[in-house]
Design a protein. Structure first.
Length: 128
């Protein structure tokens, strides 16, 4: 049987996602959801960093190029926000690449752009 990675933390974060979606609904830009989530995370005492430049490691060396995840919560959960009709394989690849590059254990891809919010969990099964 598989155990969920960071279940309490991801439950709190998901609650923030639903609070934002229930208040705003679909149709806004990603930047609007990001700002609202920052307020919600603060209200819920969820530790986060926003648009943090994160290192990419290649052969145990840090590359000059960084990526900017929408949020890093609890130092271990990468959050990627979308506001599209439906997330794509490219969106999923993006968060999987972030997990691989940073060696973080969990990524959450949230889409606020459809009539029903969607949240996808991605575990880093390649953790070193």
């Amino acid at each position: 049987m598989h155990q969920l990675i960071l279940p309490e933390e991801s439950y709190l974060i998901s609650g923030a996602f639903f609070a934002v979606y229930n208040e705003l609904g679909p149709g806004f830009l990603e930047s609007v959801y990001q700002e609202a989530l920052a307020l919600e995370f603060t209200e819920l005492n969820i530790p986060f960093k926003e648009q943090l430049g994160m290192n990419i490691i290649y052969k145990n060396k840090i590359l000059n190029k960084k990526f900017y995840a929408d949020f890093l919560c609890f130092e271990d959960i990468i959050i990627e926000i979308k506001a599209v009709e439906k997330t794509s394989k490219e969106h999923e690849s993006q968060i999987l690449n972030y997990l691989k590059a940073t060696n973080k254990p969990l990524g959450l891809l949230v889409n606020f752009g459809s009539p029903k919010i969607s949240i996808k969990r991605f575990a880093n099964t390649l953790r070193m």
